[in-house]
Design a protein around this ligand. Structure first.
Ligand code: SF4
Length: 308
């Protein structure tokens, strides 16, 4: 695991940004997290003699902050995306101030853009930092309606996440709500979506990117272990049998997609509700747009710039 990695082949921003991975593992521990099954992540977890759900620093803290300053000093890293295999506000490092110190080091560096995507809640200190460098921050709160069950294992803090996002917007950041991953048949009914979108509007949040759960055999096994059989089977029955590799040079990125007709219906439903409320919105083209779903939905696709 490298601290900074250029955007990889097959992603929508190929070559235009760098991922940063300051932690190995993530305490949010979502059941669908693909990161824990990636070879480089599981090797790093083993090397640290840890567990994915108990994140450890990639290196000792002072060295980590120094390395961030060193690697960003020449201005060659322009856009930093946080993070691909963890969450910058993973609870232990958010609580002890490490997340803030990392963000401050990035904000004070020549890096032009810092893209946060999080299931955490920006602290008052982070919000102040955003207010100090508003042009540098894109803040993406992961949030979606709550259905009959959740695959996230952390506390249900959607309201706090969205309120922090609203504060980040007031502080001057570009703010987008990521509805990701949507569970078709569980979180995408009009009864749940309508009030959820109305709630976003009330908070002044008017940009949404959405995408759908992908599954592989390991994720399906975790879902079966953790949900009642009826719910797990109903969810997994909505998926194709075949797994398709998402990223060209990485054979551990193969996942099964939703049955096309279910996805198309869901995209139509979500995009119609967003459009009638005047949202700016896109469907994630990398995870959810590669199988021709656009036909007939009228839903715009993310071109990699929507929340950059
Ligand atoms: S927040 Fe993201 S990185 Fe963390 S466990 Fe959930 S999906 Fe994985």
């Amino acid at each position: 695991m490298e601290l900074f990695t250029p955007g990889c082949l097959g992603t929508c921003w190929y070559g235009k940004y760098h991922y940063m991975e300051p932690f190995i593992g993530c305490a949010h521990n979502c059941l669908y997290c693909y990161a824990r099954f990636r070879r480089n992540v599981s090797a790093a977890v083993r090397e640290k003699e840890s567990d994915f759900s108990k994140p450890v620093l990639a290196m000792e803290k002072a060295a980590l902050l120094e390395e961030i300053r060193k690697q960003t000093a020449d201005g060659k890293i322009e856009i930093v995306k946080l993070c691909r295999f963890t969450d910058i506000f993973t609870p232990p490092f958010d609580a002890d101030g490490t997340s803030f110190e990392i963000l401050r080091a990035l904000a004070q560096s020549p890096v032009k853009r810092i893209i946060i995507t999080t299931k955490g809640v920006a602290s008052p200190k982070v919000l102040k930092l955003i207010a100090r460098y508003p042009g540098k921050f894109s803040y993406n709160a992961v949030a979606k309606p709550i259905g009959e069950f959740r695959l996230e294992q952390g506390p249900e803090n959607t309201r706090a996440r969205l309120e922090a996002a609203a504060q980040a917007k007031k502080a001057g950041a570009l703010v987008t709500v990521h509805m990701d991953p949507v569970l078709v048949g569980v979180e995408d009914t009009p009864e749940l979506l309508g009030p959820f979108f109305d709630g976003l509007k009330k908070l002044g949040l008017n940009r949404v990117m959405f995408s759908y759960l992908l599954v592989n055999a390991e994720i399906a096994a975790l879902i079966k272990q953790n949900l009642p059989a009826k719910q797990a089977n109903a969810l997994l029955a909505r998926y194709q049998q075949q797994e398709i590799q998402i990223l060209p040079a990485q054979d551990d990125t193969a996942y099964a997609n939703l049955l096309p007709e279910l996805k198309t219906e869901s995209v139509k439903r979500i995009s119609a509700l967003l459009a009638e409320r005047g949202f700016e919105y896109v469907l994630c083209s990398l995870k959810s747009g590669k199988d021709g779903v656009k036909a007939g939905t009228g839903c715009p696709m993310c071109d990699g710039k929507f929340y950059a």
